[in-house]
Design a protein around this ligand. Sequence first.
Ligand code: SF4
Length: 158
Amino acid sequence: MVDASLRATILGSLQTLHRERGISIIYITHDLATAYQVADSIIVLYRASVAEAGDVERVVKQPLHPYTQLLIGSVPRVSIERNWAGEESTAQGEDHGHGCRFAPRCPVVMAQCRDAPPGLFLTEPRRAVACYRHAAAAPLPPGRLNQVLAVASDVANL
Ligand code: SF4
């Protein structure tokens, strides 16, 4: 929440620390645009659960989870055709406490989504998504998110 020039300075400093000192950085933000700018890998969380994870370029440019798709769709872009409030709207349903956490808001919810939470599915070697729409992919065993992020196992033992 700083002005654009100060934000650019701070992000530049973080990148310099990473590049010149080899320092790893965990950057926690609601701002997908700056996450895309500074990160190699990204974990998208929804209500404290992993929705999607992987290489930032792939996740931001081709989001697989409906929540990531809505997040990216809500990023303002300069266009006279585009609604600044975002093109998507999500229904606000009732959360029954089981099933997928995103089900009450999901525009593509299915019956099975309300029965049990989806695990993570490995859609690519460095890509995982917690969504039954990708259940044809291999399941990612619990605690192996480091495999997707290509980091040490003690960094992302989620
Ligand atoms: S598992 Fe179902 S409710 Fe959850 S994000 Fe996927 S389609 Fe939507």
